[in-house]
Design a binder for this molecule. Structure first.
Ligand SMILES: [Zn+2]
Length: 458
């Protein structure tokens, strides 16, 4: 082992490892997750350079050391689809179907957004995610220059896309491209970018096809909502005679890397097109929001069989109320069993696999994060399983998925930098953010002007 001083050494943890972090087929068995006891993780220059026995690093110098006895080290969780600034609207509009939710509340209120509200919302979102062991998020929203600044100062990793509608004209797409090219590989490489058309029902086919061409030319991911629910798919079938996934195929979006949010309206008839796709297809499943809107769930089993990377997500807090990816993992394990009427499906190990490697792949970072393997970026969470609700431990995978909670995360590390240590955030002053955001809320939620940024009419 290299004896040069390390930046960070974590000793004594039980580490979640993948038998082969480089295999990229989501159909491979989830039982290739292993737990290695008394492990040391050695970090230099933001990279996990060694995963070894604790005894092997006893004499190795390091700037920082964490004694992690009793803790489990996981790859940092990835929130594969969110609108981080929407935490400012958390709990504002409840118990409505999506048409009224969008047309009467969200899209009128979003015409009031200011850069400062977006910044404070994103800061609060990052604080919540870091506290829950989330180290990376895929964000799809407006004024993303502001969110990029938040990612820089908080130390998070993110894939960011500037959202657009065809109602904005060609400038919408041009702005999304400009954002993606200006910001990719910034924040010491922690920011990657996407082109971010809103959805096939708000972005027309010509605009989607042009987006696919731009993605191919510039090597960019495309992140959009599609087949969000069954009603959208039915409306698309009525109007166009084909499904939203078929729209993606026709416009070339399955020939580039694409991240599809929700996909609960994906039908069996869509699976052959997804299987035949030449791009890498990810689907971000946000089970809490799906339950809350009364939607079906993402058809994970069919998607996995079709070679799709199903990642976990929370969507925005305006609909989902939390940015708790841990909870999304637990709900995925439960809801998928119910949906398939099969208790053998979506084991705890499968759920962990979706929360780690598959989520990393869905956002295009499958070779740099998602696994605690030498050479990967040092993004991880240390989880305390000593609580009464997590003891005793017979099967650590089951403990993590079905007993532990996001509040059991003690320490969160991104790129080797400690963003939370023993539950204390190191980069965000939450009380100050909450105080200022509170002052801005009355102007934010005013709907008396009668404007809205878009109309929901799938
Ligand atoms: Zn969304």
């Amino acid at each position: 082992m290299d004896a040069a001083p390390a930046d960070l050494i974590i000793t004594g943890c039980t580490a979640l490892l993948h038998a082969d972090p480089d295999e990229s087929d989501p159909r491979t068995a989830a039982d290739r997750i292993q737990f290695r006891p008394d492990t040391a993780l050695v970090v230099r220059d933001g990279i996990l350079v060694d995963v070894t026995d604790s005894a092997a690093v006893a004499g190795l110098a390091s700037t920082e050391r964490i004694d992690a006895r009793g803790l489990v080290a996981l790859p940092g969780l990835v929130n594969c689809h969110t609108h981080s600034p929407m935490v400012a609207l958390r709990g504002l509009v409840e118990d409505l179907p999506e048409q009224e939710w969008f047309n009467d509340w969200i899209w009128p209120i979003e015409s009031n957004l200011t850069p400062r509200v977006i910044e404070l919302g994103a800061l609060l979102a990052c604080a919540e995610m870091i506290r829950g062991g989330v180290t990376c998020f895929a964000d799809h929203y407006f004024a993303m220059d502001v969110v990029a600044r938040v990612v820089r100062v908080t130390g998070m990793r993110a894939n960011l896309g500037e959202a657009f509608f065809s109602s904005q004209g060609p400038e919408g797409r041009a702005r999304s491209l400009d954002f993606a090219l200006r910001h990719r590989h910034t924040a010491d490489g922690r920011i990657t970018t996407s082109l971010a058309p809103h959805a096939p029902y708000t972005v027309d086919d010509a605009d989607l096809a042009a987006t696919a061409e731009l993605a191919a030319r510039h090597g960019l991911l495309v992140h959009l909502h599609a087949a969000e629910n069954r009603a959208q798919t039915d409306a698309c079938l009525d109007r166009h005679g084909h499904t939203p996934i078929e729209t993606l195929r026709r416009t070339g979006l399955l020939d580039v890397d694409v991240l599809i949010a929700h996909g609960t309206g994906i039908l069996d008839r869509d699976l052959p097109a997804l299987r035949a796709a030449t791009g890498r297809i990810g689907v971000a499943s946000a089970p809490r929001g799906h339950l809350k809107f009364g939607w079906d769930t993402t058809p994970v089993r069919g998607l996995v069989d079709a070679g799709v990377h199903v990642g976990l997500a929370t969507d925005g807090a305006a609909s989902n109320n939390t940015l708790d990816v841990w909870e999304a993992m637990t709900l995925t394990a439960l809801v998928q069993k119910q949906a398939e009427r099969d208790p053998r499906w979506m084991t705890a190990r499968q759920a962990l696999r979706h929360a780690t490697l598959d989520s990393a792949r869905a956002v295009g970072l499958g070779t740099s994060i998602g696994s605690l393997a030498p050479g990967r970026r040092a993004d991880l969470a240390l989880v305390d399983i000593g609580g009464p609700h997590t003891q005793p431990v017979h099967d650590l995978a089951a403990t993590l998925v079905h007993s532990a909670r996001s509040s059991d995360v003690r320490t969160t590390v991104v790129d080797g930098r400690i963003l939370m240590r023993d539950r204390r955030l190191t980069t965000i002053d939450v009380p100050a953010v909450v105080r200022e955001l509170g002052e801005l809320l009355p102007a934010l939620v005013d709907r008396a002007h009668g404007r809205r940024i878009q109309r929901y009419d799938p």
